[in-house]
Design a protein around this ligand. Structure first.
Ligand SMILES: C[S@@+](CC[C@H](N)C(=O)[O-])C[C@H]1O[C@@H](n2cnc3c(N)ncnc32)[C@H](O)[C@@H]1O
Length: 308
């Protein structure tokens, strides 16, 4: 449990992840984003003989990991350094891997890192203590053009220019709730229906602070090179930028010979390293979204390693 006895995190698409990974009876499974361990718990329930290596940047995740006992080895670190982290606990090859990207409910609910636009908190937004860049630096020191670019690119917010200008005018900003108010004030009234008007800006700054897209590219690459033949990987993403990276990497891996069809013999020598297990992303059903609104934007893709 997190503080206030709220659950640390309710896992998203857990049954679907387990079904796609089809965890082996034994072997090592990597949970690259351990959080509250919801996916690990579901995997252990389906395959009690596995050993799980759970990685998370957030040292808070060590507590739910410890509660799962000896089946779980928790490693605090960034999954972009996965190869070294996994080898560091004596493992060279994994049978399956799951990534459940983004932030946990615990990280949003405790509010002391400025990740939530709903409550006060220092403008930090780092998911772990290893990062050097904080939201306070982005918000107070980056020039207006860079801020606009980040909000447009990582938040896909059509009002990026107005929001960046409002942030620069309001400097210095020290608190997340204060930032949320400034952003909300910059968004035209006609666009304020639906999600909170600061949602996209908070997402954008968090992605920049944690270099989330760079970490995803590197983490995916490492996981694929650690996967044994026949091993499976599942990734749950929460916005189109993440999903696009996963989709493209899986599609590239699943592409075999690229010779023109009229060539009698293959000259490119290329063979597919992956087999796609999901042609289209799996999304949560209505019941899951009603029970857990944070599942709303989730998309699950999976693939199987076929060769090295
Ligand atoms: C959505 S939560 C995972 C929840 C987990 N699957 C569960 O069921 O409880 C995402 C987790 O990934 C972690 N995380 C995000 N980026 C990371 C990275 N680059 N390296 C390691 N952990 C990361 C966050 O700290 C967070 O705890």
């Amino acid at each position: 449990m997190g503080r206030d006895d709220r659950p640390y995190h309710v896992p998203v698409l857990a049954a679907e992840v387990v079904a796609l990974l089809g965890p082996p009876a034994a072997g090592v499974v990597l949970d690259a984003t351990f959080g509250g361990g919801g996916h690990t718990r579901a995997l252990l329930a389906a395959a009690p003989g596995i050993r799980v290596i759970g990685i998370d940047r957030d040292p808070d995740a060590a507590t739910p990991a410890a509660a799962l006992g000896e089946a779980v080895t928790f490693v605090c670190g960034n999954f972009r350094e996965m190869t070294g982290l996994v080898r560091g606990v004596g493992v060279d090859e994994i049978a399956a891997a799951v990534f459940d990207l983004g932030v946990s409910s615990h990280q949003l609910d405790v509010g002391d890192r400025g990740l939530s636009y709903h409550r006060p908190g220092v403008l930090d937004m780092r998911l772990g203590e290893d990062g050097a860049l904080t939201a306070e630096v982005v918000v107070n020191e980056w020039d207006e053009a860079s801020l606009t670019a980040v909000i447009r690119r990582y938040g896909e917010d059509p009002h990026a220019r107005r929001i960046a200008a409002a942030i620069v005018r309001a400097r210095p900003l020290r608190d997340a709730a204060e930032l949320a108010r400034v952003v909300a004030g910059a968004v035209p009234a006609r666009s304020r229906r639906g999600a909170h008007p600061a949602r996209r800006t908070f997402q954008a700054i968090r992605i920049a602070v944690n270099d989330e897209l760079g970490a995803l590219r590197e983490g995916l690459e490492s996981a694929l090179s650690l996967l044994q033949p026949g091993g499976r990987i599942a990734v749950v993403s929460y916005h189109s930028l993440e999903d696009r990276i996963v989709k493209r990497r899986f599609a590239a891996g699943a592409t075999g010979c690229v010779c023109p069809p009229d060539l009698p013999v293959c000259g490119c020598g290329r063979t597919a390293e992956l087999r796609l297990l999901t042609r289209r992303p799996i999304v949560p059903g209505e019941a899951e979204v009603a029970a857990n609104p944070r599942a709303r934007s989730a998309r699950l893709r999976a693939a199987e390693q076929v060769a090295r």
